[in-house]
Ligand binder design. Structure first.
Ligand code: ADP
Ligand code: MG
Length: 580
């Protein structure tokens, strides 16, 4: 069919009841692209219709250099998604009831993530988006639909998907930036670094709710002792602060930029769009922020490296609770993170349980060790590195107890880092703290027991058992169980009858990732992945599958890449989860 056929159909549908829109499902050839109407909404207030556009590279002027490797391809796709999104915003107008006239694409934030909304293939680009088909009440507004689909949409395509000279420069910089960042991250291990922050980077964000860069921020500048020069394909030589593996302490006065630095590192597991300020701030891709999260549920986690002898004799080798405390939640999230294979923990005093991080000498004298269930992190942090090669970057302005286990101490002063390692170590030599980590710590083991889930405790369906009739009337009616998965905000996931609270997962950066986690978890259930594999094996097998076959094997639109860390964290927060 052609665009004229679409025009004729819409004219015929004018004034008809809304469901008649189903007739326009199908593909239409336009001058320089193909429009597919893939799913038609049931009414103007329902979630909008799903459409896609395919445009040949000869029309969009996308050259093969823009997708010559995975990094460049994802960078270019991100540019197109942003361009399409801005064009939709410029061009759309409300055309009637409900969502009539709404044009929307999954819009990237500051992070560059592989997404399903735009896919650059070998010969053409496919763009998936949603459209509110216009209606007045429940009557089709055919003429408005003609304007929307045969005039506005081609205009959006020519603005967003056909590259002007200016666009070509911009899309290239997305591809280059993404490729450079991947290159940078890939060099970390060779230099035994866990993170790198380029000189000149802008770390602070515009506000607590706005991830755009803060204007007039003090640019980052590395201390000479930690400076390293790395080379990337496009930007060439980049100097900056390399954070070596081991224990790194970030200290300094309040409001001097400590948390800002750590926040930039936690987002450094992802790449950033040009102009973000953190384009060359990278961390190892398994680096994970761990924090206190009192009130969360915990399912059979071995907390014994940190917590023992709880009141009431509660088992901490197999710890389960509906309502964790600050310290137990933080201990659980560390053990769970290690279960995913992470090598870097990121911890900020602002969001940690104090009694989990430290217990000073006086308190140790007052409260006998056998009365204190917690072995504070300060007594484990070094062994975590020495025994398990797990590095920690810790922001702590309030205690010097970590000077001893730390390999280096970086002080933030007016937003700039200084290496105070020698001074901090000198203090330890003068006044050895009685809480010295190695003295107090008893040996510990991590990750020896694999957790297997009871498969029935992970249920993506709304009706646990097939629904049979109502209490009244008695007519028997089978209702097929309906998958019920919905990303509500960025960090809340409806899964079956459960709501998973992901609000404190700092490295879950986009609602498309939340959607993907839901879809991937459902996929794992539907394919019986939990039946004979441990939960980490099951989730890892799904992540591998997504890497190999792409996100589109999952059921759902507007998906984005996820890490095993957030995937696992979501399952760990599913309150129905039971471990066998
Ligand atoms: P700390 O954790 O040391 O108490 P924060 O990292 O929370 O401090 O930073 C305090 C404030 O300073 C924040 O509002 C932050 O946006 C701002 N800030 C951080 N780094 C910079 C910088 N490089 N330039 C300008 N402002 C900054
Ligand atoms: Mg802080």
């Amino acid at each position: 069919m052609t665009s004229e056929d679409l025009y004729d159909s819409l004219r015929r549908l004018d004034g008809k009841p809304y469901p008649a829109y189903k007739d326009i499902k199908g593909s239409y050839e336009f001058d320089n692209f193909t429009l597919s109407i893939d799913r038609v909404q049931g009414d103007p207030f329902a979630s909008p219709s799903r459409l896609s556009i395919r445009i040949d590279h000869s029309h969009s002027l996308i050259d093969s250099g823009l997708f010559s490797n995975a990094s460049r391809r994802t960078g270019s796709e991100t540019f197109l998604a942003l361009a399409f999104s801005s064009a939709c915003h410029r061009e759309q107008t409300s055309l009637g009831s409900g969502k009539s006239g709404k044009l929307e694409i999954d819009t990237p934030g500051q992070e560059i993530l592989k997404r399903t909304c735009v896919e650059i293939g070998e010969t053409e680009t496919t763009v998936h988006f949603s459209v509110g088909l216009p209606a007045n009440g429940r009557r089709i507004l055919g003429k408005a639909a003609i304007g929307l689909l045969t005039e506005t949409l081609p205009e959006i395509v020519s603005q967003a998907l056909v590259l002007s000279e200016e666009d070509k420069t911009a899309i290239n910089s997305f591809a280059d930036t993404n490729e450079d960042a991947d290159h940078l991250r890939s060099q970390l291990e060779d230099h035994r670094l866990v993170a790198f922050i380029a000189d000149g980077a802008t770390l602070p964000r515009a506000s607590g709710i706005d991830q755009h860069p803060l204007s007039n921020a003090v640019p980052f500048q590395s201390p000479a002792s930690q400076r390293i020069c790395l080379t990337v394909p496009h930007a060439g030589e980049i100097s900056g602060m390399g954070i070596s593996d081991g224990i790194t302490l970030i200290v300094g006065g309040g409001y001097h930029g400590k948390s800002t630095l750590l926040n930039a590192l936690e987002r450094g597991v992802y790449n950033h769009i040009p102009g973000d300020g953190r384009e060359c701030v990278v961390a190892l891709n398994d680096a994970t922020k761990v924090r206190a999260e009192d009130g969360r549920s915990v399912a059979s986690v071995d907390l014994s490296p940190f917590i023992n002898n709880l009141p009431g004799g509660k088992n901490t080798q197999n710890f389960t609770t509906e309502n964790a405390s600050g310290s137990t939640s933080q201990a659980a999230s560390i053990i769970e993170t290690l279960e995913t294979g992470s090598h870097v923990l990121l911890i900020d005093e602002d969001i940690s349980a104090t009694n989990f991080l430290i217990r000073d000498a006086r308190m140790q004298q007052l409260i006998a060790p056998e009365k204190e269930p917690i072995t504070p992190f300060v007594q484990r942090v070094r062994a975590l590195y020495d025994q398990y090669q797990v590095s920690t970057i810790l922001v702590l302005g309030g205690s010097g107890d970590y000077f001893e286990p730390a390999h280096r101490v970086i002080a933030m002063d007016n937003y700039l880092p200084h290496d105070l390692t020698p001074q901090a170590k000198a203090l330890c030599a003068n006044d050895p703290s009685p809480t010295h980590c190695s003295e107090n710590s008893t040996p510990f083991e991590i990750g020896t027991v694999q957790r297997f889930a009871d498969p029935s405790s992970i249920n993506p369906y709304k009706h646990a058992a097939p629904y049979r009739g109502s209490r009244h009337g008695g007519h028997r009616q089978e209702r097929a169980p309906r998958k019920n998965i919905k990303a509500q905000k960025t960090r809340s996931l409806l899964f079956g009858t459960e709501e998973i609270d992901l609000s404190l997962l700092a490295q879950l950066v986009n609602s498309s990732q939340t959607r993907t986690i839901g879809a991937a978890l459902a996929y794992a259930c539907e394919n019986n992945r939990f039946n004979d594999q441990s939960i980490i094996e099951a989730l890892n097998s799904i992540i591998t599958l997504l890497d190999e076959q792409g996100l589109s094997i999952l059921d759902g639109n507007d998906l984005a890449e996820i890490r095993i860390q957030e995937f696992m964290a979501a399952l760990n927060r599913l309150r129905s989860l039971r471990i066998e």
